[in-house]
Each structure stands twice: as C-alpha cells, then as structure tokens.
Design a protein around this ligand. Structure first.
Ligand SMILES: NC(=O)c1ccc[n+]([C@@H]2O[C@H](COP(=O)([O-])OP(=O)(O)OC[C@H]3O[C@@H](n4cnc5c(N)ncnc54)[C@H](O)[C@@H]3O)[C@@H](O)[C@H]2O)c1
Length: 444
C-alpha cells in the first residue's frame, strides 16, 4: 500500500527506505557470510530477518546464541532481544522483505563442477513470491554469468520487469574470517546490477553499512572480480608451496628466503607455504572459473596447476612426518602423533576442506595413532569418524612420538610444545619465536 501511495518510481521509493533505514531486510542463509551481514544491517537500524533451512542455526539466532566467531556475542543477543534481528525457517516471512540477500553455499560436485543448486533453490522460492519494489542481491561466490543466466530467468517467471519492478545485483562477499582489522563494514564492496537502475538501488543498499562501495558495469564483472581475487590467492599460495618443495630438496629454509624477500619495498607480496589450502573459498572458487572457461574453449592453466600443487601439500607433510620418524628409527605405522590445529587457518573454528584433516586421514591410513588439539574446534566428524580435541598437557606432548603443527593458532603455548615434544613438524613456522627450538623442530 505504502508503495502505491508514495511519490516517485519504485527505484526512488526503495532508495528512500534504505536511506531512512525503515526497509525490511532478508538474508537467505545465515552462515559465515549471512550472519555477520544480518548483524551489520540490524546494527544500523534495519529490521532484519534471517532465513535458513537449518533449524538449529535458526533456533540459535532466535536465542541470541552466536556460532560465528566474527560476530560479537553481546551484539547478537542485544539485537535479538530488541527485536531488530530474528530468524526463521519459513520462507514466506522473507518474502515480506524489501531487500533479500542470498548467502547460500556454492560447493563443488564430486567431479569438481560448480554446484549452484542452493542458489537455484532459493531463486525459485523468491521467484514464486516476488513482488514489485524488491531488491534481490546475490552474494554467494560463483562463476561469471550466474546472476544473469541462472537467477534472472527464474525471477522473470514472475512476469515482473527487472530494473523497473524489481532490482537484481551481484555483490561478492569478501569476508575474511578471523581478520580483526578488515570486517564486513570496512571491507570495500563491489556491486554490479543487471541494469543501471539495479546497480543504483544495490549501491544505495550497501552504502548504509559499508564504508566504500564500488559500482561496476555488470554482475558478470562483479562475479569475475571475486573469483579472480580467490584465484590470485590460490596461485600465489601454490607458487610459494612449490618453492617450499624445492627448498626442501636444496636444503634451504623457505622461511628464511621469504623473510629476506619480504624486505624488498616494492614488487613483492608475501604469501606463506603450508600444509595445503582449506575453507569454503580458495580450494573451490577457482574451479568455478575453470568450469565456465571450458564453455568458451579456454583452458585456465594457472588454476589447474595451482590446484594440483596445493592439493599435493598434505602428501608432502606426510613425507616430512615419515622422514622425521625414520630419523629416529620409527615408522608412521604404530606411531603416536599429536596434531596441533585442525581449522583451515589460524584463530578460526572452520575446519571445512581443511588440509589438516587430509593430513590426519593420510597418517591414519598409514597406521598412525592420532590425537589432536585445537582450541577452536572441540570436535568434528569426518567420514563418519568422530574426533575430539584433547587438552594440551605436558603428558600428551611427552607421549607423542611426533607433534605436527598444522594450524598456527595464536593462543597455543609453542614454548611448552617444543619443550616437551620429542620432535615437531612445524608446517606454519608457528615456533618462530620459540627460544632454542634447535633440531627438535623440523620446518616445512
Ligand atoms: N566463508 C567465507 O569465508 C566466505 C567468504 C566469502 C564468500 N563466501 C561465499 O559465501 C557463500 C556462503 O558461504 P558460507 O561460508 O556463509 O556458507 P555456510 O555454509 O556457513 O552458510 C550457508 C547457509 O545457507 C543455508 N542454506 C543452504 N541452502 C539454503 C536454502 N535453500 N535456503 C535457505 N538457507 C539455505 C545453510 O543451511 C547455511 O546455514 C558461498 O558462496 C561462499 O563461497 C564465503
């Protein structure tokens, strides 16, 4: 009703609602991306509804219980108690929203092809209830073309016209879990709209919560921008991992090389080697691009090569473990190995696609007895095996034939680790500040 009575086009009305913070915002998928986004929107005064098909997450939000480290516990509780933020498993609630942001997963199939079924499922739900005056924004990482080739046709089934009746944008999420310096608010946001009006409305929407919003000419550019950013990381990590493999053969410390190279004030950017790549982005997103490239008879060689090197790193860690045990007259078979850190990177609780889990699987296959300690991951299940973190005690360090540091969490006492362990494989140079680490520590 309000839409019909208010003066001006739907575009201007929607922008006014955003500027006055009296628009109702919906977030589809309240995970690592969606929940921080919902909180940011609610913090500046919007009423926000989080929609998720996972009822456990929905219940947690409604009880003000936080499950994403980047979200402040007290903030979430305050927003829920004040009624600014609520969650639901009922999509019809979301259809009341003025803006709907899609933050659902974009995994790969077993054959490394994009699985955009989650985007399609939400798109179909939105299309069935789309009404004039709504902004739909896709934030899930995906291949260039998804917004216009997949989402737009679904939404057009409603009979409504894009750019006039409803507005459609792609704006990639760049959140870096665990990064205290760059958060949702102060990380620049790129927005591409299907039409100029879509871009204008989308840009206005993000300007309410993000300090810098950059408009690009199309959703495709914004989609490509995101997969390029992740490909850049994947390729550079692979380069430094390959150098680590070579340095191992040459008997040179890759870490000393990197410290020296980092002193050059221009033309170099530091990336560190490690046991592989993990998480929901770097191991997956570049393959979205290589899949799309094939449609254009284009072979993305850097992506394939980087994938090959990064996927091989857990096997190299297994080799380092075997060599370290061998030097002490032991084999992996029957050895007690204590793994430190299973999250895919430091100071976060996300273990999805973690290379640490792959290393554990390889060592287990070779007959090792494995315990792990991770202050952020109390338990996890992989291939039907239930794992529980054990406390990091002097006894468990002394009991282990080898300690493998696979994630360099900041709150682990590495002095103690080196003091009581027999031998330490340090894949992250986490022990760099330990005094007298001597020959006990074997770096990657
Ligand atoms: N995690 C990151 O660091 C990160 C960073 C940038 C971009 N991304 C991208 O953002 C997207 C989301 O990633 P995430 O890490 O937040 O995933 P996530 O698994 O943490 O959260 C996704 C949520 O969507 C829900 N969901 C799935 N299908 C749904 C449906 N049909 N309707 C409603 N809810 C549904 C799931 O239950 C889950 O709670 C992915 O495309 C990812 O690549 C992630």
């Amino acid at each position: 009703m309000e839409l019909l009575e208010a003066p001006g086009s739907l575009r201007e009305q929607l922008k006014r609602k955003f500027a006055r913070r009296n628009a109702l915002i919906g977030v589809a998928g309240v995970g690592y991306v969606g929940l921080p986004l919902a909180v940011e929107k609610a913090k500046v005064g919007f009423d926000v509804i989080g929609y998720d098909r996972n009822s456990v997450r929905v219940d947690q939000v409604n009880q003000g219980l936080n499950y994403i480290r980047d979200v402040d516990d007290a903030e979430l509780t305050r927003l829920v108690e004040s009624g600014k933020l609520q969650a639901t498993t009922d999509f019809s609630t979301l259809s009341r929203c003025d803006a709907i942001v899609i933050c659902v997963p974009t995994p790969l199939t077993a054959n490394l092809d994009p699985d955009i079924s989650y985007i399609k499922a939400v798109g179909e739900q939105i299309a069935a209830q789309l009404r004039p005056g709504q902004l739909i924004c896709l934030e899930s990482t995906t291949y260039p073309g998804t917004t216009e080739e997949v989402l737009l046709p679904l939404l057009q089934r409603s009979g409504l016209k894009v750019g006039e009746d409803f507005f459609l944008c792609f704006s990639p999420e760049r959140v870096d879990p665990g990064n205290a310096r760059y958060t949702t608010k102060n990380t620049n946001k790129v927005v591409g709209g299907v039409t100029a009006a879509c871009r204008d409305v989308g840009s206005c929407f993000y300007q309410q919560t993000i300090l810098e919003v950059l408009e690009v000419s199309s959703p495709k550019v914004a989609e490509m921008c995101k997969v390029f950013e992740n490909t850049f990381r994947s390729v550079n990590i692979a380069l430094v991992n390959e150098m680590a493999l070579l340095c191992d053969r040459l008997g040179i410390s890759i870490w000393e090389v990197l410290d020296a190279a980092a002193t050059k004030p221009f033309g170099i950017m530091r990336f560190d080697p490690g046991p592989g790549v993990g998480g929901h982005c770097i191991p997956l997103d570049p393959f979205y691009l290589s899949w799309k490239a094939r449609e254009y008879d284009f072979h993305t060689r850097f992506i394939e090569l980087a994938g090959e090197i990064n996927i091989g790193m857990p096997y190299f860690v297994r080799e380092k473990v075997a060599r370290a045990l061998n030097a002490r007259g032991r084999s992996i078979n029957g050895a007690n190995i204590l793994v430190l850190g299973v999250a895919y990177k430091k100071d976060i609780e996300d273990w999805r696609e973690s290379p640490a889990v792959k290393v554990m699987e390889l060592l287990l296959k070779d007959g090792a007895k494995i315990d792990y300690h991770d202050p952020y991951v109390p338990k996890f299940v992989e291939r039907d095996v239930q794992w529980h973190s054990i406390p990091l005690s002097r006894e468990c360090l002394e009991r282990a034939d080898l300690v493998a540091i696979l994630t360099d969490h900041s709150n682990v006492d590495y002095e103690k680790v080196v003091q009581y362990a027999k031998v330490v494989i340090d894949t992250r140079n986490a022990t760099r500040n330990v005094r007298n680490r001597g020959s006990k520590v074997v770096l990657l």
